[in-house]
Design a protein. Structure first.
Length: 366
C-alpha cells in the first residue's frame, strides 16, 4: 500500500503528522526547544535518500530526457493516472511533457473550491481562472485527447473538510497548514484514493541557496500538500532516483552563477523566474499572477514576532480569508480559534511548535 512520502521519525516510529510526532515527543518529556534534535523528517522512509548521492556532481543525463523517462515510468506503473493541473509552471511543464511525447493521461483536472463563484474576487484562484481552465480548453482543441477526461472540480461545499480541520492534525502533516489551492484538493484526493486513482503533482522545485558556496536544501514546509497523501506522485522526486532532484538543483545553480543570483530573500522575483527558465518552460507569462512573488511581503517586527500570525504567511490564504470575511461566508474567528489558537500539547500552543524542520542540506560544489 502506498504511503505519503513524508514521515517524521521519532524513537523507532514513523508519523505522518508533525503534530502527532511532536505530541509523542513532548509527552515523553522532550522540551519544545529540543524537538528538532529528536525528530527527523524523512522522505520515502529512507534515511539515506539524500546521502546516497554525491550532490557535488551534476548527473550527465539531459534534463528533458530525464523528465520524459520519468513520465513513461509513471505511466507504466499506474492503471489510472490523473494530473492535478494548477495552472502554475510546475504542473504546466509536466503536462507539456506528456502531451508532446504522446504519453496518455486518463484525466487532467483543476480545482476551484471557490465559494464566491466570481472570478473577479481575489480568493486565491487567479491562476486557475486565468491559466488552468483556459489552457485546458486550448489543449482539448489542439490535441487528440478523446480518451482523456477534463474536469474542473468546484467542490466549495466541501472545502473545509481539508481546511482548518482539527481532526486532521494527528492524521496528516498538511492538516497543520492552510492553502486554499492546496488543501481544497483533499476531498477529491480521498475519493480518488478509494478508486485506486493516482495523481501526479509538480513537486519539487529546486531550492538553491548560497553561503559562500551554493547548496540545496529541503524543508518539510516545501510543497506541503503535495507530499502528504497516499495517492500523490511528486513528478520531479522519484523514490529511487535522487539524481533527478540533483539535476535540477545543478541547472538552477548554473543559471544563478550566470546571472549573479545568490539571495532568494532579496531577489525573489528573479529567483522564481530562474527556476522556470532553468528547469521548466515558459508556456505562458507566469509573472502575470499576483502570487508570482509569493509569500514575500514587508512584514513588521510585530508580525514576525507574533507566531500566531504564521497561519497567514501565505498570500493565497490571506486572499481567501479576506474574501470570506467580506462575504460573511463563515465565522472565521471561531474557526481559527478552534483550529489554530486553542490546540495545545502540555500547555504549548500549536503555533509555537517548530514551523519548519530541515529534511536535507547538501552542497552542490566542493
Amino acid at each position: 500500500m502506498n504511503e505519503p512520502i513524508l514521515s517524521y521519525f521519532y524513537r523507532g516510529k514513523h508519523y505522518h503528522s508533525k503534530f502527532a510526532c511532536c505530541e509523542a515527543a513532548m509527552l515523553d518529556g522532550i522540551h519544545i526547544t529540543d524537538l528538532t534534535n529528536h525528530i527527523r523528517p524523512i522522505m520515502y522512509k529512507n534515511p539515506f535518500y539524500f546521502s546516497s548521492y554525491d550532490w557535488t556532481k551534476e548527473p550527465q543525463q539531459d534534463w528533458y530526457e530525464m523528465c520524459v523517462e520519468r513520465a513513461h515510468e509513471i505511466r507504466q506503473q499506474h492503471k489510472y493516472l490523473a494530473l492535478a493541473f494548477s495552472g502554475g509552471s510546475d504542473s504546466a511543464f509536466v503536462l507539456d511533457i506528456f502531451l508532446k511525447n504522446n504519453i496518455p493521461l486518463d484525466e487532467i483536472y483543476t480545482v476551484l473550491g471557490n465559494p464566491f463563484k466570481d472570478k473577479n474576487i481575489d480568493a486565491g484562484y487567479w491562476e486557475v481562472y486565468n491559466h488552468a481552465i483556459p489552457y485546458m480548453k486550448y489543449i482539448q482543441k489542439k490535441y487528440d485527447l478523446k480518451n482523456t477526461k477534463f474536469i474542473v472540480h468546484d467542490n466549495y461545499e466541501d472545502v473545509f473538510v481539508g481546511h482548518f480541520n482539527i481532526d486532521l492534525l494527528r492524521k496528516a502533516h498538511h492538516g497543520i497548514f492552510y492553502t486554499p489551492t492546496g488543501n481544497c484538493h483533499y476531498v477529491i484526493i480521498q475519493n480518488y484514493k478509494a478508486q485506486d486513482k493516482f495523481i501526479i503533482n509538480g513537486a519539487f522545485e529546486a531550492n538553491v541557496k548560497y553561503d559562500g558556496k551554493y547548496y540545496m536544501e529541503m524543508w518539510d514546509t516545501d510543497n506541503v500538500a503535495q507530499v502528504c497523501h497516499r495517492n500523490y506522485i511528486p513528478f520531479f522526486f522519484p523514490k529511487d532516483k535522487p539524481e533527478m532532484h540533483a539535476k535540477q538543483c545543478h541547472l538552477l545553480m548554473k543559471y544563478f552563477k550566470k546571472h549573479g543570483i545568490k539571495s532568494r530573500d532579496v531577489q525573489q522575483s528573479e529567483y522564481h523566474s530562474a527556476q522556470i527558465s532553468a528547469t521548466r518552460k515558459w508556456l505562458y507569462d507566469y509573472t502575470e499572477s499576483p502570487y508570482f512573488k509569493k509569500n514575500i511581503e514587508n512584514k513588521t517586527d510585530k508580525w514576525v514576532d507574533d507566531r500566531r500570525n504564521r497561519l497567514f504567511d501565505f498570500t493565497k490564504t490571506k486572499a481567501f480569508l479576506g474574501a470570506s470575511v467580506k462575504r460573511g461566508w463563515f465565522d472565521y474567528k471561531k474557526v481559527i480559534d478552534e483550529f489554530w489558537l486553542q490546540p495545545t500539547i502540555n500547555n504549548t500552543h500549536l503555533y509555537n511548535l517548530p514551523w519548519g524542520l530541515q529534511v536535507s542540506k547538501k552542497y552542490l560544489e566542493s
